[in-house]
Design a binder for this molecule. Structure first.
Ligand code: ADP
Ligand code: MG
Length: 256
């Protein structure tokens, strides 16, 4: 069964059609990455798929229409890491990760031992134990990105939506975070739908890709099928050279 099925997804923001009839699917355990030029509608589509924005069309998670689920059921199904999450001032890492448990804490209630254990487990898994008491603003970009992931994982959802999870990081930390996601995908059977900027890196980690342009799917398939000179010339207006790499196409922009 598909973990995510999206049919005819449309999103309007302030009356403007931003996502225009997108069909997309992600199999259980698969990693699918959406690429596309700035303003293509990637973030908007991802937020709609995560149930964070009103949309037209159908989004199903594990076969169930997203709008039929309660808040708690949604939180069990899908966790989203936005591109630049808003961080409450002076918040400590442990408390921020605990926010991932909010959907499971009853109104006016307190977190249970199970919630605290879930946070502990994720901090250990992401090698963040020594940061538990630190304020978020004192962390480096790579450390903070791990904390954002930790919050999403503490939620315990099977589907992880990641909006440009590495755009603020240097290449070493990019790789570290993506390897971590891939390891967790294998260990926990997670399904990953991400948006990414760097095309070579996107291709190395994705099983399949969707190229979004002006709110529509312009191409989809394996990285080798999507990352072609004609596709990138047409939609990014750039001349590229594609070099065959060990893990997928290497995309290099060249002067025209
Ligand atoms: P991407 O993530 O692919 O760069 P976004 O989904 O962030 O693209 O944005 C897609 C388009 O939607 C952009 O052109 C952006 O200016 C536009 N947009 C975002 N928010 C609004 C809004 N509230 N009203 C109108 N247009 C918006
Ligand atoms: Mg975006």
């Amino acid at each position: 069964m598909s973990a995510i099925e999206v049919e005819g997804l449309t999103v309007r923001l302030d009356g403007t059609l931003i996502v225009d009839g997108v069909d997309l699917d992600v199999a259980e355990g698969e990693w699918v990455t959406v690429i596309g030029p700035n303003g293509a509608g990637k973030s908007t589509a991802l937020r709609a798929i995560g149930g964070l924005l009103a949309f037209g069309g159908t989004v199903r998670w594990h076969g169930v229409p997203a709008d039929r689920l309660s808040r708690r059921e949604r939180a069990k199904a899908v966790a989203t890491v936005l591109q630049s999450p808003v961080v409450p001032p002076a918040m400590r890492v442990f408390d921020y990760v605990l926010l991932g448990r909010t959907p499971f804490i009853p109104p006016l209630g307190r977190e249970s031992a199970m919630d605290l254990a879930a946070v502990e487990e994720v901090l250990v898994a992401l090698d963040l134990e020594s940061f538990a008491g630190r304020r978020l603003e004192t962390l480096s970009g790579g450390e903070r990105q791990r904390v954002f992931l930790a919050r999403a994982l503490a939620q315990g959802a099977g589907i992880l939506l990641l909006d440009e999870p590495t755009s603020a990081l240097d290449i070493g930390h990019q790789q570290e975070v993506l390897e971590l996601v891939d390891r967790l995908r294998a260990e926990r059977g997670l399904t990953v739908l991400a948006t990414m900027h760097d095309l070579t890196t996107a291709g190395e980690y994705a099983d399949r890709m969707f190229l979004l342009a002006a709110g529509r799917v312009a191409a989809s398939g394996t990285p080798a099928e999507v990352l072609t000179e004609p596709h990138l010339a047409e939609h990014y207006r750039v001349k590229v050279r594609i070099i065959e790499g060990d893990r997928g196409p290497l995309v290099v922009a060249v002067r025209g």
